[in-house]
Design a protein around this ligand. Sequence first.
Ligand SMILES: C[C@](O)(CO)[C@H](O)COP(=O)(O)OP(=O)(O)OC[C@H]1O[C@@H](n2ccc(N)nc2=O)[C@H](O)[C@@H]1O
Ligand SMILES: Nc1ncnc2c1ncn2[C@@H]1O[C@H](COP(=O)(O)OP(=O)(O)OP(=O)(O)O)[C@@H](O)[C@H]1O
Length: 313
Amino acid sequence: MTHLAAAPSPSVRVRAPGKVNLSLRVGAVQDDGYHPLATIFQAVALYEEVTATQVPEGAGVTITVDGPQADRVPVDGTNLAWRAVEALAARVGTAPDVALHLAKGVPVAGGMAGGSADAAATLVACDALWQTGLSREDLAELAADLGSDVPFALLGHTAVGTGRGHLLTPAMTRGEFHWVFAAQAEGLSTPAVYGRFDELGGPGDAADDPGLAEDNGLMQALRAGDPHALGRALHNDLEPAALSLRPELERTLVVARDAGALGTIVSGSGPTVAALARSRQHALALAASWTAEGAADSVWCTAGPAHGARLLP
Ligand SMILES: C[C@](O)(CO)[C@H](O)COP(=O)(O)OP(=O)(O)OC[C@H]1O[C@@H](n2ccc(N)nc2=O)[C@H](O)[C@@H]1O
Ligand SMILES: Nc1ncnc2c1ncn2[C@@H]1O[C@H](COP(=O)(O)OP(=O)(O)OP(=O)(O)O)[C@@H](O)[C@H]1O
């Protein structure tokens, strides 16, 4: 009798990046609870890696998670990757049967859109696994329904975001920018930070619908590949709200400035703080200052722009 080994279940791996908002301009809250944004995203080379494996019919979705902060990630239907499976399956009329493994390389609840990257990677992975034939635009539509940051995790590189942050236009950049991120053990809730922004007076006298008119210098710095000019132009309307919820972040910003960072900023809704460096060597020096001063729970050196959600061979 010949023994036939069972064929391995089909499996695909996808990487999607974390992000930093180089500029984040926030308008007045709308009736749907969202704020109109004008933002410039940059993807950075801290990646979420999602492996999707076909499982027998009826097995449903399962999630396992790997990484230093894995215990803070839900493995049920509240995980954004799980919701991505369900959204894609419903869209193409297939059963949501898949085992997901998330290898987390982006700080959790840090304002760097790690969960959004998982959702984007999962869309690309299941799209390949199920050979749906959907276009990248179709996936972007599903992505926008999952969360405001998910379409950018699909696209990657550097892009202007408007609407809720989900309408994207790629931006021209030259060369590589070196970043250091100071992550905190305890995350911040994105709705709580937007809520504090409202309590602090929202956009105040600024236009309800923000624009990027004030970001001409930033766009020019990107096109010129000039990290000094980029450092001066970084801007985040949510920074006062994040600092009001986490006053100790002020010291993290100051330590990086004192150590010669070209610019410092709270990343998105925080509490991660980003510092822009002159070079990779300088990034390592900034990281060492944060560690020496105990101004971060973990420190991550990386560079941007990085690619969007992409299948791995
Ligand atoms: C802070 C940023 O990371 C900047 O890119 C994003 O605006 C947040 O994007 P996200 O985490 O994908 O947010 P979503 O999952 O879409 O929304 C979560 C909550 O954040 C708030 N929210 C989000 C986006 C937006 N333009 N206005 C908002 O007020 C709302 O309270 C919403 O209920
Ligand atoms: N795949 C996921 N990975 C991490 N957290 C997830 C995931 N799905 C749901 N969550 C929940 O969402 C919360 C925020 O997660 P995430 O790491 O995406 O935050 P974030 O980077 O601040 O997001 P954003 O920058 O898009 O606002 C976590 O505290 C967790 O409870």
